[in-house]
Each structure stands twice: as C-alpha cells, then as structure tokens.
Design a protein around this ligand. Structure first.
Ligand SMILES: [Fe+2]
Length: 269
C-alpha cells in the first residue's frame, strides 16, 4: 500500500494522510476504495473541494444517487445534498440520537456508502459518532454469534429514529410519507470479515434466531453496538471528508445547539 493511513480512535476507520483529492490518479482511487472497504470509514481532512471535484470524487467511488428527502445544492450538482442546521433549530439534528445504517429499510438495490464534507463547522460541537460493526461483531461471545448466524432483521423507515422526522413533518403540516420496510441478514461479510448490520434506528425485530429469545437478543445487540469501546466521535474541521460503508459502520450525529452547521452529503451505490 502506498497511501499513509492512521487508524481512528478505538480502531474505528482510518485517516488517509497527506493526500489532495484534487490531484490523485486512478491507482490511488483504487487504493482509497480498498481502505474504505477494509476499515469501513475513511477520514480525509481539510480537502475543501468545490462541488465539481466533490461530485467527481464520489463518481470514482461508485454511482452517486439522488436522495429525494433532502435539499439539493443546485441543478448542476444533483447528487450533492445540503444538510443545514440553523441556530434556532430546536429539534434534534438530522439523523441524530440513534445509531443507524443509512437506508437499511430499502431492499436489495439500496445505496451502500454515505459521504459528508464539512462546509460550515461550529466550534466544539456537532461531532459525528461512528461505531464499527466489524469490531462489535468480533467482540460478541461465541454463543451469541451462533444464535444470530442466520438471523434476519426487519428494518423500517418509521423505526425509532423517525420520531424526529415525524415531529418535524407534523410541525410543518406535511403529510408523512408511507413507511418502507425491508429484511436483511444481521450478520454480513464485507471484505472477508463479518460485521453486525443491525441499524438500531430502524430495527423493528429480529427473526430466525437460534435457541434464544429474539426480543432480548435485539436489546442485547443494540446495547452492544452502543458501547464506548466501538465508537469514535469525529470532531470536524472545515473541508474534512468522511466516507463510510453502511454495511460495516453505524453512525449518529451528536447533539447540537444554537449554531449553524452546513454539510454537503453524497449518497453512493
Ligand atoms: Fe444517517
């Protein structure tokens, strides 16, 4: 490997050091993608890409998708969504309070990666918290691994995390969209390593567990991925890029108050 990397706190993800995404070659793109699949999330600091370069970088990772529930930047950059937090916003920030894996409630063709770039970063708050499904799976007792080997989860867009969205839609007088549900195995293999795919923000129930109470097991797994030892609270600086694989990494936003924060997000298949 030619790129220099440093693991994140608690071995969650990896920083890719000394790189300028505006000046990289095809081999480096391949290497970046390898690191992404191996570590689940990559951190590339202070890139400050313009929308053109940012969207191009995404296209080298995979196929960007239009994400209808969020505001787009403009017609020229349909794949860039603006995530804006205003100082007088009272509700929790978008995607906060529950660890989750984006769009786990969609079936087979769902987008896999999510990327954020920090555009306006408030001082000392607004971290993004990542939890590693690889590390969480590895630390499970063998008995539990055996019980969940063939288990599937039922994931819903109106799971626990949706309360924030539903409240916001109610406040704005918008009729809520219908809820969408999908089932997926909760143990996945990525890059030869097993990982936990339980998206607590969307998980409704677990099926096909072996010799165990499914509800208790669900609570156990949610508590497990929320352990501090699997987490890295990423403190943003302006222009940073975080890119993660939703199959192996869970994330949530931290609480944020009385400040403005703007991120550019791209969802990638
Ligand atoms: Fe999210």
């Amino acid at each position: 490997m030619n790129l220099s990397i440093t693991p994140g706190t608690n071995n969650v993800g990896a920083y890719i050091n000394n790189i300028d995404l505006k000046k990289i070659n095809q081999n480096q793109f391949i290497e970046i993608k390898k690191i992404l699949n191996q570590f689940g999330v990559i951190f590339i600091t202070k890139q400050n890409l313009n929308p053109e370069s940012y969207q191009n970088f995404a296209k080298n990772i995979g196929q960007p998708v239009v994400y209808p529930r969020l505001k787009g930047l403009d017609k020229k950059y349909p794949f860039i969504n603006v995530i804006e937090r205003k100082p007088d916003d009272k509700n929790l920030s978008f995607g906060s309070s529950w660890l989750h894996q984006d769009t786990s409630y969609l079936s087979n063709d769902r987008p896999r990666y999510t990327m954020l770039m920090g555009i306006e970063i408030p001082l000392g708050q607004g971290n993004t918290i990542f939890s590693s499904g690889f590390n969480a799976y590895k630390k499970l007792p063998d008995k539990i691994k055996d019980q969940i080997n063939d288990a599937t989860g039922v994931f819903s867009s109106s799971g626990p995390i949706a309360i924030t969205r539903l409240e916001r839609e109610k406040e704005m007088g918008i009729k809520s969209s219908d809820s969408i549900e999908a089932e997926h195995p909760i143990v996945k293999t990525v890059n030869g390593k097993k990982t936990l795919y339980i998206s607590p923000g969307h998980l409704m129930k677990i099926k096909n567990v072996k010799n165990a109470d499914a509800n208790r097991l669900k609570d156990y797994l949610i508590e497990h991925v929320n352990k501090q030892e699997f987490m890295f609270s990423y403190e943003w600086t302006k222009g940073d890029i975080c890119l993660w694989d939703n199959l192996s990494i869970l994330h949530m936003a931290s609480e944020i108050k009385n400040c403005r924060r703007v991120m550019h997000r791209i969802t990638i298949k």
